[in-house]
Design a protein around this ligand. Sequence first.
Ligand code: AMP
Length: 416
Amino acid sequence: MNFKNMGLIEPLEKALSDMGYEKPTDIQAKAIPEVLQRKDIFGSAQTGTGKTAAFAIPIIQLIHQIEFQNGRKSDILRCLILTPTRELAIQIQENIEAYAKYTAIKSTVIFGGVKQHKQVQALNRKPNILVATPGRLIDLCNQGILDLSDIKMFVLDEADRMLDMGFIHDVKRIIKLIPENRQTLFFSATMPDSIMNLANSILEDPIKIAVNPVSSTAETVTQLLYYTNRTDKKALLRHILQERDIQQVLLFSRTKHGADRICRDLKKKNINSMAIHGDKAQNQRQKALKAFKDGKLRVLVATDIAARGIDIDKLRYVINYDVPNLPETYVHRIGRSGRAGEEGVAISICEPEENAYIRQIEKLTKQRIEVAKDHPFPQTDKPLTEAEKKAWNKEKQRRKQEYFAQRKLKKARQRK
Ligand code: AMP
């Protein structure tokens, strides 16, 4: 199968060829013909599979054929793509712009965390496709700035993450704002009951498409595990960066504070790094991402939510600074390297508390992770007992409070 025999319109073929896309990926080969037939889709796929193009290409084709036939122009908003994070929203819209560049179709993106003025201006230019995160979308609808009554195609992207992030009520409200008579494309990396219920309530006789289920780790990703102690993680990270001569890496941290701390430690050692997470302003996040993509940043530290969906060309290394307690999260994280057939390396740094998570991950992926031996910071500590864990949690809480109290004080002093 290649794009040439999928019956795509010429402007799309040309754009795909400009982008160097030759063959459709698995999900594209399965989804594009069905979407063109106006079918609902229930897709189980994660980012990195070519999911965006799988829905964007046929949507562009349908809108072009229906609204823009014979040089006609349209100012009607026909498609809404709902996605959980700002980064993902921006990325999807950038892709759509690239795919639609030889058509007259207009698209725009709206998300929270920034002033709405520019987004309102963009909406006034009457896009045909809107990519949005839920909060800002509802906000603009409530203000009467945005009207969804002409929507004919609705994409719910990363539905599981949407639910994890607490967007379920927003999603349900949005669904009420769009016409029932529509085509719906629903994508989720995992399929827990809550997702199945939501999907069943909004899809009509959907075509089910599954590619790369979340338990499968990309074959092109080499996985490595470094067992160490909590207190040696910093030093081990620097050792790994140096020993393996890692030029660029996406490094995952479970928490926002953790991400900031890692960044501070790296900077102290003159290792160029920036963090992206939910507490960072949108422009800071974009700046960090751009610096990383431009090759000006060695380490991009990210929390899971901030990193979800970020597409970085040819990312070779991913490091898990902590081992996630959900094995699916591990699969998502390491899927960020070795994308689109590129070779990747995923390194996990594991402290005694996290040893049990490794077993769960290996159970899910049905693979054993290779253990790096002979490194200078081997694991010697035993996992904490329940009582020690409690004490440690209390101590962490105390440190957190102290940190916030100091920050408040500092701000108050600055104000004076
Ligand atoms: P996605 O899963 O949509 O985030 O896409 C992952 C990456 O694969 C993006 O960089 C896309 O530009 C790229 N990609 C998607 N489809 C193709 C294709 N058919 N050929 C080559 N690259 C692709």
